[in-house]
Design a protein around this ligand. Structure first.
Ligand code: PNS
Length: 166
């Protein structure tokens, strides 16, 4: 049987409803989707640890029987090969995402010509949502409940009351 396994890689600091929307769309068109959190991110200090991010994603994907979550280090193409995945799923919200995504997709193609990148667009209502904006808005007291899963809201609240987090 011809089955397609795809990796949905990212930082997920934290998971947003935009990510979740993309997971739902991806899960409909591939047989198996693996959400993969990059452990050695160069994005600076994350708000959530990798195990915290993994736990939030695990809870959020409970309703999908073909989606799992794991972490990876190093090159995405190497991880995809190890996993036997034929494709990488990425979301594009706006034209501004395109340049970065195009470069990554082409670099990954150069590194492994067999691995395809699938781009999908999240629902319009999430096109402006990013983990970075969620953290910024929440820190300043803004309401993000419609934009992230309930557990993420809880965890964001818990972070702000824990000393030494800023
Ligand atoms: O959520 P992000 O930060 O946009 O995800 C970026 C990610 C994790 C997909 C990307 O940084 C990545 O794949 N890193 C792994 C290292 C790698 O393979 N680099 C070469 C690809 S350009």
């Amino acid at each position: 049987m011809h089955t397609v396994k795809a990796i949905y890689p990212g930082t997920f600091d934290p998971l947003t409803n935009g990510h979740l929307d993309l997971i739902a769309r991806g899960a409909k068109i591939v047989d198996e989707l693996v959400v993969a959190i990059l452990r050695n991110s160069e994005k600076g200090t994350p708000l959530f640890t990798v195990p915290e991010r993994e736990e939030m994603i695990r809870e959020a994907i409970q309703g999908f029987d073909n989606v799992s979550v794991t972490t990876f280090n190093g090159l995405l193409v190497d991880f995809a090969r190890q996993q036997g995945a034929k494709a990488v799923l990425r979301g594009i919200r706006a034209i501004s995402d395109y340049e970065y995504e195009f470069q990554m997709a082409m670099m990954n193609r150069k590194l492994d010509p067999e691995l395809e990148t699938l781009f999908m667009m999240p629902a319009e209502k999430y096109t402006y949502v990013s983990s970075r904006l969620i953290k910024g808005v929440f820190r300043l007291g803004g309401d993000v409940t419609a934009l992230v899963p309930p557990l993420v809201v809880e965890r964001l609240k818990a972070k702000t009351v824990t000393p030494n987090n800023e």
